[in-house]
Write a protein that binds this ligand. Structure first.
Ligand SMILES: *Cc1c(COP(=O)(O)O)cnc(C)c1O
Length: 421
């Protein structure tokens, strides 16, 4: 059964009509399919079965407690990119060895927290960070397990410029030409142990080429780093597996991916670390939103819905395409802009799109909203953040309640304490 599909005229999430959830929980609401996530976890682990590996779900894609807990129960670790994500991961029951820390700008505090938690791996992205980590580990009397995130200098065709990360000149990682020098420095330091090389070449990668090119470079470097005396244990190839957002998008070639990386991993005799985020969460979630108004302006049709850019930023931030359907399609179509209530011209979910000819009160489903959706949402225009719901078969649960007006104001001090400098 497809996780989201129309049955008896109504869009369902697994066994439940979207409208049933919307009536009970309100809108806007993110709805996630348990079975979709389980299924994608199975697909990926199947593809990797010919080499030793561990999945470390990239929780920045969707850090919802129920989702990370589900993935933990399936056997996944996590990839975190901040102290906040580390705290959330620990709260969700992950242990140090389940956690990889990445990020281009980790603070000393975050590095200390990661070492205290006993994480499996810290991927450093600069020489300066390597030396800071060595100093902090020394203070704590521990040896930090370190990976070097290398910028493999691969160019990705057709990616939005904000989701390509592995070309020369991007802020991420250590320049490929510098990596061996930094590796030698790492080997010489007393409080770090160089155990991994890491890359993350981008997101929504349409072909295996960036993996193939990046992996070749990483393998080359791994041999040199080994020869220089590092006892490598892991090769971390990051995330980036794509999902299908629209007609023409391709499902990832998981068999090809598995074969490609297994060969490399077996040759090196290390454990593979993969950090998919979008692949698990992207099409496992939808955003339910209700039509508030229809109007025509400047010869154009507008569908005004109750979810905006503060709920789902991807259309305005990445120019991202999300399929948008009426929860009960009438068969009538209209060309329209689907826009939110936020006071910004950039507040839209779709522009000039052929959509169901919906009326005020109709429920609309925004597909592919599971990854980089709720986590990027904000309170702009003092809009409470949406609720999040998990569905499993014929059951659902609210796993994050909708914010209240009190929530919006809970950090404000009624009576600020003024001090002299
Ligand atoms: C964002 C990110 C990921 C996940 O990327 P997806 O495209 O969602 O799979 C993995 N690793 C690192 C280091 C990242 O920054």
């Amino acid at each position: 059964m497809a996780p989201f599909g129309v049955r008896n005229g109504d869009l369902h999430c697994e066994g439940l009509p979207a409208e049933t959830i919307a009536l009970a929980v309100g809108t806007p609401t993110f709805v996630y399919s348990t079975e979709a996530i389980r299924d994608r976890y199975r697909q990926l682990t199947d593809a990797l079965k010919d080499c030793p590996f561990r999945v470390h779900y990239s929780m920045k894609a969707n850090g919802n407690r129920a989702i990370v807990t589900l993935l933990r129960e399936l056997g996944s670790g996590v990839d975190v990119v901040s102290g906040g994500e580390l705290a959330r991961a620990l709260r969700a029951g992950f242990r140090g060895p389940d956690i990889v820390l990445g990020g281009v700008g980790k603070t000393a505090v975050e590095l200390r927290e990661a070492l205290r938690a006993g994480v499996k791996l810290i991927n450093v992205e600069s020489r300066a960070e390597l030396f800071l980590l060595d100093a902090i580990a020394g203070e704590l009397g521990v040896v930090a397990p370190v990976g070097l995130r290398v910028n493999p200098d691969v160019v990705i065709a057709n990616a939005h410029e904000y989701i390509a990360t592995g070309a020369r000149g991007h802020k991420f990682g250590i320049e490929h030409g510098e990596a061996l020098v930094v590796a030698r420095e790492a080997i010489a330091l007393r409080h770090v142990q160089l155990v991994a090389l890491d890359m993350h070449v981008g997101s929504q990668l349409a072909t295996l080429d960036p993996y193939r090119d990046g992996l070749a470079r990483l393998m080359d470097l791994a041999r040199q780093v080994r020869a220089a005396g590092a006892g490598l244990k892991y090769l971390d190839i990051g995330g980036g597996l794509p999902v299908v957002y629209q007609d023409g998008d391709q499902e990832p070639d998981l068999a090809g991916y598995g074969a490609l990386v297994s060969r490399a991993i077996r040759e090196l005799g290390v454990e593979l670390i993969v950090e998919p985020g979008r692949f698990f969460a992207g099409v496992s979630g939808v955003l339910l939103t209700r039509v508030l108004y229809r109007k025509e302006s400047g010869g154009k049709q507008y569908v005004i819905v109750d979810a905006g850019m503060n709920d789902l930023l991807r259309p305005s931030h990445y120019d991202a395409y999300h399929r948008i359907d009426a929860a009960r399609p009438s068969g009538k179509r209209v060309r329209a802009d689907v826009v939110g209530p936020v006071c910004e011209t950039g507040d839209f979910l779709a522009l000039d799109r052929d959509v169901d000819d919906v009326a005020p009160g109709d429920l609309v489903v925004v597909h592919g909203a599971g990854a980089y959706g709720y986590v990027m949402s904000s309170n702009y225009n003092a809009r409470p953040r949406a609720a999040e719901v998990m569905v499993d078969g014929n059951q659902y649960a609210v796993v994050t309640r909708r914010e209240s007006y009190d929530d919006l104001m809970r950090l404000e001090l009624e009576d600020p304490h003024w001090r002299d400098a």
